[in-house]
Design a protein around this ligand. Sequence first.
Ligand code: SF4
Length: 511
Amino acid sequence: DSLKLVNMLKESIKKHEITNEVEVVVTGCFGFCEKGPILKVYPDNVFYITVKPEDAEEIITEHVIKGRKVERLLYVEPNTKKRLEGQKSIPFYKKQIRIALRNCGFINPEDINEYIAADGYQALAKCLTEMSPDEVIDTVVQSGLRGRGGGGYPTGLKWKYTRQNQSDEKYIICNADEGDPGAFMDRSILEGDPHSVLEAMAIAGYAIGAQYGYIYIRAEYPLAINRLEIAIKQARKLGLLGENIFSTGFNFDIGLRYGAGAFVCGEETALIHSVEGKRGEPSSKPPFPAQRGVWDKPSCVNNVETFANISPIFLKGPAWFKSIGTEKSPGTKVFALAGKVNNVGLVEVPMGITLREVIYDIGGGIKNNKKFKAVQTGGPSGGCITKENLDIPIDYESLNSIGSMMGSGGMIVMDEDNCMVDIAKFYLEFTKDESCGKCTPCRIGNTRMLEILEKITKGNGTEQDLKDLVELGDVIKDTSLCGLGQTSPNPVLSTLHYFQDEYLAHVKDKH
Ligand code: SF4
């Protein structure tokens, strides 16, 4: 519908002979997926929702030519029934702070000039011309930025350790192998603002002493790949990638590598093997990628969202970044809000916000006025969070403390109709399928756990099976080689902890 809408807007503009005055600009995602397609009219800053291709003519004749807003396409505030015309006045956006998504829905991602006009490549210029690599690393350390791929490791320290390892070659790697079911944060950033990632990779390259970067992206993201290819070409043409950037003698270029859909390739050692053309299997650490990464050279692996935070830290300062979020988890986090919530979409919120605010104030509450049951964060590696914990602040430590995790940003809301045993089974089926099979606890253990769950859901389970699930889950967590196995039992263990009655109901049904 969005592409049809673009074509019909262009036809209407042509028909009314206003092509010299009005331009249609295609942007990346606005985040408010529930109300898409979205169209904004500038300079009036009017935000139209659920626009259909057949609305194009009315928008051009009424709004653009006659200056009268198309009221029926404005957002209606659910409580007051007032129509709101500005993006920021809409409850979905009110509590959001957009740093990583700052340009998504704002610039044309296929035009480097629009990125430059939005202060793009200024941070790179500042780093290369005014700062030493150590000062660049210090700035990232001071900002407190932590890896947004899930682990939450301090980004500045990762850069520092990679810099400390002497080598004739080093590499920057962007992990764009987003694989959690329902998660599309990285995809939206790459589709909506690819230069923000390229610029940050060049800054990281300068900081650690690398001249080349790889973006490892899933082949299932063709639009993101296309926009990255365009962005890399445009940046090279303007001398922002390649040799002697800003006449400083610094050389840095970027190439793409495609993932073939294996979830485990999001794990950094598996990813590195895959970049090298080997089978995408994890290996034990140490050595860490900062010591021996791609082609056995020191490598720094950061996720897309982490990179998207870098440039604003240099333009606005680490103190500004630290002033947002919590003391131990500064900044914001992007979540893909999905499931039984009214406003499904992509949200960027300050760390420390509560789950209740995200689900009710931003997400608009539970669909069809049903009761909230649980929310799953961290995808197949995370756990479910119940209503008793809705008011805890979202940050790395507090989510871990209640048996879940931040993960890369999947957030799936469940209502009273969801069976938590089925949810746990869904995630376990996913991880069992995605296990690379290298180590026994994950390969065999997850298969056995799934068999027990299937037995339970068919009504043939016993209470001993529930005890076996816990025991097996604990062993898999303790003995698996990589993060996939070490976290795969989490959805089962956390639902068993919080919703044991639902498991028992399945077991009791039989008797
Ligand atoms: Fe492979 Fe699972 Fe072992 Fe990781 S834990 S290496 S995914 S078998």
